[in-house]
Ligand binder design. Structure first.
Ligand SMILES: C[S@@+](CC[C@H](N)C(=O)[O-])C[C@H]1O[C@@H](n2cnc3c(N)ncnc32)[C@H](O)[C@@H]1O
Length: 263
């Protein structure tokens, strides 16, 4: 009897030891993986002419610099993407709210709020990774990715700064149906996968939510993923919207009404 329980506890100790060893190895293995991916990218996607920063207004803007520093650990977005978002949200109707679909830890949404602090900012995330992953179109993604975020922490980003912010948890657009959203004039759509992009964009363009002087920025545009096909499918049904590429991998969606609307 004694020897059986001893064997069981030995086995438990061995399993716990192995689990601990894997956990200890995880961080260095991840670092090696990321380093190898970066090396591959440098070879396959070279930047022969680096960005000329001389007198680039936005880079010297103290508010922009402060915001980039503030969100550095809360967003996956890089400086060129953050610069595009900063300038484009400011070029939309300031009476409309700004919306980020796919907010993860909330840094992108906070950055938009920093660009226009008086406007309502709305952050939407499932807070439980992806709903559906197409094995072909979304091959880079897997379930459980981006699940390490919390509703309360994202909501606190806005309330602690006295911003008018709302956070919706759940899969968009189901999470906001039933009149939960106000009129909107800027959207950052960053949900990575085909189905989520097609459904979110389709919902926004079919709703009466978008003001005439609105813009939508789609992340991961022209990266050869399901996002491109989702945008193409939805815009084929909405001839009044056009898409334009933005470096490094965003798409700018502009409605015909944008130029017709009074500034
Ligand atoms: C690449 S991350 C977003 C990164 C974020 N914009 C940033 O600034 O770091 C993609 C996010 O989309 C969310 N997501 C995917 N499909 C969604 C859906 N249908 N509704 C809401 N969130 C979704 C995921 O949970 C994930 O947090």
């Amino acid at each position: 009897m004694i020897s059986t329980s001893k064997t069981a506890s030995d086995r438990l100790r061995r399993v716990a030891g192995a689990a601990l060893a894997v956990l200890r190895l995880k961080a260095p293995l991840l670092r090696v993986y990321r380093w190898r991916q970066e090396r591959k990218s440098i070879k396959r996607f070279p930047i022969t002419k680096p960005i000329d920063r001389m007198s680039v207004e936005i880079l010297s803007n103290p508010e922009f610099q402060h915001s980039v520093n503030e969100v550095a650990n809360l967003t996956l977005l890089d400086t060129p993407r953050l610069a595009n978002l900063w300038q484009l949200c400011r070029a939309t109707d300031h009476s409309g709210a700004m919306l980020e679909v796919g907010s993860f830890r909330g840094g992108g949404a906070l950055h938009l709020s920093n660009a226009c602090p008086q406007r309502t900012i709305i952050a939407c995330d499932s807070f439980q990774s992806f709903e559906t992953i197409d094995p072909v179109l979304d091959y880079q993604f897997h379930k459980d990715q981006f699940a390490n975020t919390e509703y309360e922490k994202v909501a606190n980003l806005f309330s602690s700064r006295g911003r008018t912010g709302r956070v919706f948890s759940g899969f968009f657009p189901a999470s906001v149906t039933g009149g939960k959203l106000p009129r909107i004039s800027f959207v950052h759509l960053d949900v990575d996968t085909y189905k989520a992009t097609a459904e979110s964009l389709g919902y926004l363009l079919e709703s009466e939510l978008m003001l005439p002087r609105s813009l939508i920025v789609v992340d991961d545009f022209l990266r050869g993923t399901g996002v491109d096909q989702a945008v193409a499918k939805v815009l084929a049904e909405h001839a009044d919207w056009r898409s334009f590429p933005l470096f490094p991998a965003q798409g700018l969606l502009v409605p015909r009404s944008y130029l017709e609307a009074a500034t």
